[in-house]
Design a protein around this ligand. Structure first.
Ligand SMILES: *Cc1c(COP(=O)(O)O)cnc(C)c1O
Length: 361
């Protein structure tokens, strides 16, 4: 909230809900080894970048892009084995989270866990939805009992499940996820299963999306595909639900450059597999190397990142900085406490991280 001498103090037209929400918390660091944003360690392969650029050059830039990104949605449909009428694209899934909150949250409820991906509470706050967060269990699994109770007694709105979970990297039992989806469906909630990291856990909840018309899967090109800079996220849903969600997408939402480049990626999906395999090997190597560390305790993970708790986060950050490594601070995470979130990088990046860890012994 701004002070009374703020230039905005008389601007009563600004909605209180927006003023009360903090800005998205991210401070860029000059460190060379970036393990702070769960990005891919590798750029888009150079030969594919070249193809993407050629495709971009073929597009008329003075024309508006395809209104509904038809070609792109068809290509995603082919990749996922999904009816393109049930595919909705936005410039990043962060935008999709806003649309889902508009679709089912405003004046109603957004139900999620705590901790959760920070964008859900931010959007719920700004859009004036009632935010209900149930703490995860001590082992970080979904609080099934608590969520079930809230699903029964709250005014239905948006129910958020993240699988595997963020920011913890915990992958729940499919039976638990199914039982919660069933409960949500029985009470009329719209359920989003945020599958931003599903490549790394080799899980998919599309069977639930097929079975329940009020459930959608949200996926992104930002993580395993290594295309965070292009900004593309998508939802897979029943065509009728997709039609309602699409009304909220602004016209001409995806520019011709992103449409061209992502189409090229979709024609060459092979590179993703190798990277996911390397990610798993590297993650397990890092976790094994940290075992028995006297001051840093790492949590297992099914994603391309993991959490560590240290005896002294400030000292750990300084040490990492000396090794030119930046990780993400997670202050006072509910259930978990203070911790650092570390993305799995290239083997060389991870070596630098592990050298810093060794120096902390
Ligand atoms: C990274 C991430 C996303 C993807 O965000 P984009 O806007 O597509 O880059 C969505 N959900 C979670 C939980 C994430 O961690």
């Amino acid at each position: 909230m701004e002070k009374s001498d703020s230039p905005l103090s008389r601007l009563v037209g600004l909605r209180r809900q927006v003023r009360d929400v903090p800005a998205y918390p991210y401070v860029p660091s000059p460190a060379r080894i970036k393990l702070d944003q769960n990005e891919s360690a590798y750029d888009f392969p150079a030969e594919l970048k070249q193809l993407a650029v050629e495709r971009m050059l073929e597009c008329p830039w003075q024309r508006y892009p395809d209104l509904h990104s038809t070609g792109l949605r068809q290509a995603i449909g082919r990749l996922e084995g999904w009816d393109p009428e049930g595919v909705v694209v936005t410039s990043g899934s962060n935008v999709m989270i806003k649309l889902l909150t508009e679709l089912a949250g405003i004046g109603q409820t957004v139900l999620t866990t705590t901790p959760t991906f920070s964008v859900y509470p931010l959007e719920a706050g700004m859009l004036g939805a009632e935010l209900v967060q149930v703490p995860v269990e001590a082992d970080l699994s979904l609080p099934a009992g608590g969520l079930r109770q809230e699903l029964r007694r709250r005014i239905p709105g948006l129910f958020v499940l993240i699988q595997p979970q963020a920011p913890t990297g915990y992958a729940d039992c499919p039976e638990v996820v199914r039982s919660l989806v069933e409960e949500a469906a029985a009470h009329g909630w719209l359920t989003v299963i945020d599958e931003a990291y599903h490549h790394f856990s080799e899980t998919s909840y599309l069977d639930l999306v097929r079975e329940f018309p009020g459930v959608l899967s949200m996926r992104t090109f930002s993580k395993a595909w290594g295309l965070a800079g292009l900004r593309l996220g998508y939802a897979l849903a029943h065509p009728e639900l997709a039609e309602q969600l699409s009304k909220l997408v602004s016209a001409f939402a995806i520019n011709v450059l992103t449409q061209s480049a992502v189409e090229v990626a979709l024609e060459h999906p092979e590179y993703v597999r190798e990277r996911v395999e390397e990610n798993r090997r590297e993650r397990e190597r890092m976790l094994a190397a940290l075992q028995g560390h006297p001051h840093w305790r790492a949590r297992p993970s099914s994603t391309n990142f993991f959490l560590i708790q240290t005896d002294d986060d400030a000292a750990a950050l300084r040490l990492l900085e000396e090794h030119d490594v930046v990780v993400r601070v997670q202050k006072a995470l509910p259930v978990v406490g203070d911790c650092l979130r570390v993305s799995v990088g290239s083997p060389a990046d991870n070596d630098a991280f592990l050298q810093a860890a060794a120096a902390a012994r």
